[in-house]
Design a protein around this ligand. Sequence first.
Ligand code: SF4
Ligand code: SF4
Length: 97
Amino acid sequence: MEKRDNSISGMCDPAIGEAGRTGDWRDVRPVIDHTKCIPSVKNKPACFLCWLYCPEGVVKGSIPVEIDLDYCKGCGICAEECPAKAISMVREDKIDE
Ligand code: SF4
Ligand code: SF4
């Protein structure tokens, strides 16, 4: 069988953190409300659109869904695509750690 060339495919596999660790310049971060997130609510693998659309490949398609904030760039695509509106983009200076 002919080998697939990922470099010309619209379905290329994302490399986690291809653009490197984010550092401290990110202004906003995604925060998941697991009471709304479909896999957590249904307790089964479903949706995962955030995993699919994240350009950094840093969303883990697990239950619960996890985001690797060391590499997340805060672009907000995951929040835009989430059909359950389960992801909020929260300003970094409003996060209590
Ligand atoms: S904010 Fe952007 S980089 Fe971060 S998890 Fe969402 S889609 Fe990925
Ligand atoms: S897109 Fe939203 S509902 Fe779907 S898995 Fe991600 S956070 Fe959960």
